[in-house]
Design a protein around this ligand. Structure first.
Ligand code: C5P
Length: 238
């Protein structure tokens, strides 16, 4: 049986609502994405409560600081056993290498599975003009490719990327680089504030490994059913 590639973004700050979603989605997704909104509010105890429902977790904290501080943060997070953990590629080669090696040593020490380390390349909220304002010349695509290559060279297992870049990155980065893709909408679902969306089937066909899907599941009156419909559309359980 294929592994379900859908991670549901639990973008709610209330712990009871998050727990209810985690329970409802248990049999219908491959994992949950926990971000800053939830983690800053509820910390490790909140994380453990959600993880207690037995799902894989993508801990989306987008770490970005000096190498020593990011490495120390990674060491505190590895014992929580997230399946994926991420940092900003813009933190640089040394920072990414420090994060990767901290993940190795902390996993060894705690005798747990090492999380896959992902890099965030260019935030999709940034336009060409925004990039120029912060001194980055060239297009977002060029910058994404540059940072993805730097990430791969410095111990990262993959990147978070938009649906628009997944095909290019799969081609350039080879088959073993993990591509985690948000901005996914099943056909017919509302786009909300996402400007460039792709269906789950199209994103997988373009080379995505993991699909991060939030509101199309969480705002459905029956989240479990919405998630199962997506799994069915991807041929899960066949
Ligand atoms: O509700 P929706 O499916 O749009 O949620 C997508 C999730 O992925 C949110 O947690 C959002 O912050 C995150 N994300 C995104 N676009 C990016 C990076 C992350 O939508 N470029």
């Amino acid at each position: 049986m294929k592994e379900n590639p859908v991670y549901c973004a639990i973008d709610v700050p209330e712990i009871d609502a998050a727990g209810q979603l985690a329970r409802q989605l248990r049999a219908h997704v491959g994992g949950l994405k926990i971000g800053k909104e939830f983690f800053y509010a509820h910390g490790q105890a909140g994380y453990e409560k959600l993880a207690g429902y037995g799902q894989n977790i993508f801990l989306d904290l987008k770490l970005h600081d000096i190498p020593n501080t990011v490495a120390a943060a990674v060491r505190t997070l590895v014992p929580l056993t997230p399946a994926y953990l991420n940092v900003h590629a813009a933190g640089g080669a040394e920072m990414m290498a420090a994060a990767a090696s901290a993940a190795d040593s902390a996993a060894d020490e705690a005798k747990v599975i090492r999380p896959k380390m992902l890099a965030v390349t260019v935030l999709t909220s940034l336009s060409v003009a925004d990039l120029n304002d912060i001194g980055v010349n060239g297009t977002p695509r060029e910058q994404v490719l540059r940072l993805a290559a730097l990430a791969a060279k410095n111990g990262m297992d993959g990147v978070v990327c938009s649906a628009e870049e997944v095909e290019l990155l799969r081609r350039e980065m080879g088959p073993n680089f993990n591509l985690v893709v948000p901005g996914i909408r099943p056909s017919g679902a509302p786009q909300h504030d996402q400007k460039r969306v792709m269906t789950p089937e199209a994103a997988i066909a373009a080379g995505a490994d993991i699909l991060v899907i939030g509101r199309a599941i969480t705002q459905n009156p029956d989240p479990g059913r919405a998630a199962q419909a997506i799994a069915d559309s991807l041929g899960m359980g066949e």
